[in-house]
Write a protein that binds this ligand. Structure first.
Ligand code: PRX
Length: 648
C-alpha cells in the first residue's frame, strides 16, 4: 500500500507521522527562522551549495538596494549539473514528446553535463561573453534547459520568451534586453500539428543584428550527438551578478525585465524545492509550467537539478490526445511531485472523476498548485482524484519577482487548508498592509508586502529601468501588489491582484498591453480591457472598444494575437459609444467589471459620461440574457469604489 502523507484532523489536513519523518525541512526550522533569519539563510546556503569563495557578508542593505552572500562566488550551472557527477547515471531530465509514438528520452546527469558544455561552447563561438543577454525562444524540449544551463555556465544572462508569444512580443523582449543571440527551434508539436516556431523567430529579428541558433526538433535531446567532447570551465560569478532576466507584465503596456541575482536565486531555488516539495536526489518532479514562465525556470529546471532530482519535460498539452494523458505520464514516469496550475486542474475536473479511477498513481507524494487562487472544489478534486487522499495539496504563492515560492505549508509541517496559501517560507516575512505601508489588522483585507531583510531571490532590478524598480517599494516594504487577508492564526489567503494585471489561465497579462495592441488598430479611438471571471481559465480578458469607422471583432482579436499571442485574445468584444470615465479621465474598469458579472455598478455620479453605462449594460445583457435581473444603474447612490482606474 502506498504511504499516506496526510490525514484529516478536525477541519484541517495535517501531515502524518510518515510525512514528518520524511520531512527534509527540520521540525525546528520556523523557530530557527524566527530567531535570526539572516543567520538561517547563511547556514542553509553554506550547507546546501558549492561556493567557489565564501561570502564576507550574509546580507547587506544599502540605501538603493540589498545583497545576499556579498563577496561570495559560485556558478549556478556547476551547482545544478557538475555537482552531481558523482552519480553520473542518475536521470536528470525525462523528455516526454507530445506524440505518444515517440519514445520518452532519459538524459542522465553525465549526458546533460556533456550537452551543456557543448551548448556553452557554441554560445561562446557565437561571441557570447559573461554579462551578455541570450534570448531563448524554445518549446518544452531538453534544449530549453540545456541552453539555460549553458548561459549560466558562461555567465551569460538568459532571457527566455514563452514560445506561444507572438513574433512581435519576442521582438519587444529582444530589443529591450539587447540580446545578440537568439536560440530557437525549427518547429514543435502541438495537438499533432507542427508549429513552425522559427518563422516567428525570423519575423522578430528581421532587420536586427541577432545571431540565430536553431535546434532541429527532430534531433532534440541529441543535438550534439557525434561531436567531440568539449569542456567549458564554469565562470566564477559574484553572488550579486545577474543570473537571469525574465520579462513579465505590469501595469503599463511595456513588459518589464525582472532581474535575479545568482547567489540568492540559487539558494532559494534549491531550498524551496527541497523543503516545499521535499525533493530528494533521484526523485521525479513534474512541474507542468512552460519554461517561458518563472515557474518553469525554478521548478522545471533549476530547483530539481540543484537537488540532484529528475525533472519531467513534456512537450504537449496534458489533455492531449486524451484527457488522461497527464495521469499516464505520472504513472509511466513514476512522478513523485506533481506541480500544476488551478486552470489545468479545473480542465481535468471537467472530465469528471471516473477516468481518474483507472490510475493509482502510487508514486505520488506531494501535489502542488500555483499561479492563481485555487478554489476549494478544485483543491478537493485534486486531493481526492490525483492524490487519492494520500498526498498534501500545497498551494504555493509567489511571483516572477520573488523568484521562488514564498508562501505555502511545508509538507512535513502543515496544516493544508483549501483556499489558504498559509504561511511564509521560513526565513521570509510577508504581511498585509494598506497602500501607504501601514499594517492592516488580521482578518482585514489589504496588500501583501514583504518586510526586510528581503528574501534572497527577490527581484534585484528591472532591466534598464531603475525608476520602475523603485516603484516596487513602499518605504522599506516590497509591494507584491496582491490583495490578501491574514487570519487570526497568521495564515494568508491570497485574493488576487491589486493592480491592472490579470491572470488568464494562470498566465500573467497586463490589461494595458492588450489595450495598447487594440489601440494600434486604425480606427480605434480607445479600448479598455477588463477581466471577467471564467469557470475554466479563472479570468478572461473582455474588450470594450470605442471606434470611428468599421472594425470587426476578428480584427480586434487578430491584432491581440499578432502583438502578444493567442493567450491574450479577448473572449468577448463590445463596440461601445463611450467608455465610462471619471472627470479626471480615468477609465472606470470597476463599473465595466460589475456590468460583466451582472453586479450592481453602484453610483456613477463621479463619471463624466454616466449615460454610456446603461447602454453598455444593455449590450452585455443582449449577449448574456442571464444577467438581466440586476436593477438599472442608479446615478444617485454612493460613489463607486475607492480606487480609480488608469488614466488615459
Ligand atoms: O496574483 C498572484 C498570482 O500570480 C501572480 C504572479 O504571477 P507570475 O509572476 O506570472 O508568477 C506566477 C507563478 C509564480 C501573483 O502576483 N499567484 C501566484 N500564485 C498564487 C497566486 N494567487 C493566488 N494563489 C497562489 N498560490
Amino acid at each position: 500500500m502506498a504511504t499516506k502523507y496526510v490525514e484529516k484532523k478536525g477541519k484541517f489536513f495535517v501531515p502524518t507521522k510518515a510525512a514528518k519523518e520524511e520531512s527534509l525541512a527540520p521540525q525546528d526550522i520556523y523557530k530557527r527562522a524566527k530567531a535570526d533569519r539572516v543567520k538561517l539563510w547563511g547556514e542553509l546556503a553554506r550547507d546546501g551549495l558549492s561556493w567557489a569563495k565564501p561570502w564576507s557578508k550574509t546580507y547587506e542593505q544599502t540605501s538603493n538596494g540589498f545583497g545576499w552572500f556579498v563577496g561570495g562566488k559560485l556558478n549556478l550551472c556547476y551547482n545544478a549539473v557538475d555537482r552531481h557527477l558523482n552519480n553520473p547515471d542518475q536521470t536528470a531530465i525525462i523528455f516526454v514528446p507530445e506524440d505518444v509514438n515517440e519514445k520518452p528520452q532519459y538524459i542522465s546527469y553525465f549526458e546533460l553535463y556533456k550537452q551543456v558544455n557543448q551548448a556553452a561552447a557554441l554560445l561562446k563561438e557565437k561571441g557570447v561573453k559573461k554579462g551578455d543577454v541570450v534570448a531563448i525562444y524554445l518549446p518544452m524540449i531538453p534544449e530549453a534547459l540545456i541552453f539555460m544551463l549553458a548561459c549560466a555556465r558562461i555567465g551569460a544572462i538568459h532571457s527566455v520568451v514563452f514560445s506561444a508569444f507572438s513574433a512581435d512580443a519576442l521582438k519587444t523582449r529582444i530589443e529591450d534586453g539587447g540580446a545578440k543571440v537568439l536560440v530557437t527551434a525549427n518547429y514543435y508539436s502541438r495537438k499533432g500539428k507542427k508549429v513552425e516556431l522559427e518563422k516567428d523567430a525570423d519575423k522578430a529579428i528581421t532587420g536586427m543584428q541577432v545571431t540565430k541558433i536553431v535546434v532541429d526538433r527532430a534531433k532534440s535531446g541529441k543535438m550534439f550527438e557525434g561531436k567531440a567532447d568539449v569542456i567549458v570551465k564554469p565562470e566564477v560569478m559574484e553572488s550579486e551578478d545577474i543570473a537571469l532576466l525574465l520579462y513579465t507584465s505590469g501595469t503599463t503596456g511595456k513588459p518589464k525585465g525582472v532581474m535575479h541575482a545568482v547567489g540568492g536565486y540559487t539558494v532559494q531555488a534549491y531550498y524551496t524545492s527541497r523543503f516545499v516539495f521535499n525533493l530528494k536526489p533521484g526523485e521525479v518532479m513534474w512541474c507542468t509550467a512552460d519554461i517561458g514562465w518563472i515557474t518553469g525556470h525554478t521548478y522545471a529546471c533549476y530547483g530539481p537539478l540543484l537537488n540532484g532530482a529528475t525533472t519531467v519535460i513534456f512537450e504537449g498539452l496534458p489533455n492531449h490526445p486524451t484527457p488522461d494523458r497527464f495521469m499516464q505520464i505520472i504513472e509511466q514516469q513514476k512522478v513523485n511531485v506533481f506541480y500544476t496550475a488551478p486552470t489545468a486542474l479545473r480542465m481535468f475536473a471537467l472530465e469528471g472523476s471516473d477516468y481518474a479511477k483507472k490510475y493509482k498513481m502510487e508514486s505520488l507524494k506531494i501535489l502542488g498548485s500555483v499561479g492563481e487562487p485555487i478554489d476549494e472544489k478544485t483543491w478537493m478534486w485534486f486531493f481526492d482524484n490525483i492524490g487519492k487522499g494520500r498526498c498534501p495539496v500545497i498551494d504555493t504563492y509567489w511571483q516572477t519577482e520573488t523568484g521562488s515560492a514564498v508562501i505555502m505549508s511545508l509538507p512535513g509541517h502543515g496544516p493544508f487548508i483549501p483556499t489558504y496559501a498559509a504561511v511564509t517560507f521560513p526565513g521570509i516575512e510577508f504581511d498585509v498592509f494598506d497602500e501607504k505601508g501601514k499594517k492592516v489588522p488580521n482578518g482585514k483585507e489589504g496588500i501583501l508586502m514583504e518586510k526586510p531583510p528581503y528574501s534572497p531571490a527577490l527581484i534585484r532590478g528591472v532591466w534598464k529601468n531603475e525608476e520602475r524598480y523603485k516603484k516596487y517599494f513602499v518605504g522599506k516594504l516590497y509591494n507584491a501588489e496582491d490583495n490578501a487577508i491574514m487570519d487570526k492564526n497568521g495564515r494568508f489567503r491570497i485574493l488576487g491582484r491589486a493592480d491592472d494585471v490579470i491572470k488568464v489561465a494562470g498566465h500573467r497579462l497586463s490589461t494595458a498591453e492588450i489595450e495598447d495592441a487594440i489601440d494600434g488598430l486604425k480606427g480605434v479611438v480607445e479600448a479598455v480591457i477588463v477581466g471577467k471571471n471564467d469557470a475554466l481559465r479563472g479570468v478572461v480578458p473582455v474588450a470594450f472598444v470605442k471606434t470611428k469607422g468599421d472594425i470587426t471583432e476578428e480584427q480586434v482579436v487578430g491584432k491581440v494575437i499578432e502583438r502578444i499571442g493567442p493567450i491574450a485574445k479577448p473572449a468577448e468584444v463590445y463596440f461601445v459609444e463611450d467608455i465610462p470615465k471619471t472627470r479626471s479621465g480615468k477609465m472606470m474598469r470597476r463599473v465595466l467589471r460589475a456590468l460583466l458579472h451582472g453586479e450592481d455598478a453602484g453610483n456613477i455620479m463621479t463619471l463624466i459620461n454616466p449615460e454610456c453605462v446603461n447602454k453598455i449594460k444593455a449590450q452585455v445583457e443582449a449577449k448574456h440574457p442571464e444577467l438581466k435581473n440586476v436593477k438599472p444603474v442608479d446615478s444617485k447612490a454612493a460613489p463607486v469604489g475607492k480606487k480609480e482606474d488608469k488614466k488615459k
